[in-house]
Design a binder for this molecule. Structure first.
Ligand code: ADP
Ligand code: MG
Length: 209
């Protein structure tokens, strides 16, 4: 059982996140090609490649610096609307956990709550707009109601919430992002960015197990 992530464990977990997103590039492009411009996987893999590089070069022993470098890598390496939004999940997390020697359940809840708030502020999307926010909202709700101190189980709860949110995006007409130009034709297709959020949380759960 893992109830805290120290510097090394967090670094390993972030590495897994980067590798998994890169490995799922084609699936993410395919989802985006159905209702967007088909580049989500390309942008994400460029972003997370750059994040992995930044992570490997980061010398600081502080965990917030690790998260910040990773997020800045995503922001600088990814193009499209989603680079700053996905990088922000980690740079906002860094601000939320600043000064902590390790991450426990409470810190992880703070991380994802701040990440959600920043994403909504930056992108202007609300629940039901068929974006990554539709995965983040139920994930954060699951984190907040969970009593788990085991981080694998905590992230599993968050990932479950996120996947349920991804499933619901199929019903929505988009209110943000390129798929909004499709109107009702977007119905039946899941959002690519929401899928990426669920993959990230899933990977964090696996990395803590
Ligand atoms: P682009 O739309 O520039 O091609 P990507 O294909 O990389 O960027 O990312 C598309 C994803 O970004 C969408 O599936 C959606 O989840 C997310 N997204 C787009 N616009 C917003 C927004 N305003 N707020 C939150 N997420 C958004
Ligand atoms: Mg796109």
């Amino acid at each position: 059982m893992t109830d805290t992530l120290n510097h090394t464990a967090l670094k390993n977990a972030l590495e897994e996140v980067g590798k998994t997103i890169i490995a799922r590039k084609e699936e993410l492009c395919r989802l985006d090609s159905l209702i967007g411009d088909g580049d989500h996987g390309v942008g994400m893999s460029h972003g997370f490649e750059s994040a992995l590089k930044k992570l490997s070069q980061e010398q600081s022993e502080e965990i917030d610096k690790l998260m910040r470098s990773f997020g800045m890598g995503v922001i600088s390496g990814a193009g499209g609307a989603s680079g700053p939004l996905f990088g922000g999940l980690f740079t906002e997390g860094a601000k939320a956990v600043k000064g902590r020697p390790s991450l426990d359940a409470q810190a992880i809840k703070q991380w994802w709550k701040s990440a959600l708030e920043a994403t909504m502020k930056r992108g202007g999307a609300k629940l039901g707009d068929k974006t990554m926010v539709d995965a983040l909202i139920p994930a954060v709700e699951a984190l907040e109601t969970s009593k788990e101190t085991d981080l694998a189980l905590l992230f599993q709860a968050a990932a479950k919430g996120a996947w349920e949110g991804v499933e619901k995006t199929k019903q929505y007409v988009a209110g943000q992002g390129r798929s909004r130009y499709l109107g009702e034709r977007a119905i039946g297709h899941q959002d690519a960015g929401a899928t990426s959020v669920a993959i990230i949380l899933d990977t964090l759960a696996k990395a803590c197990a």
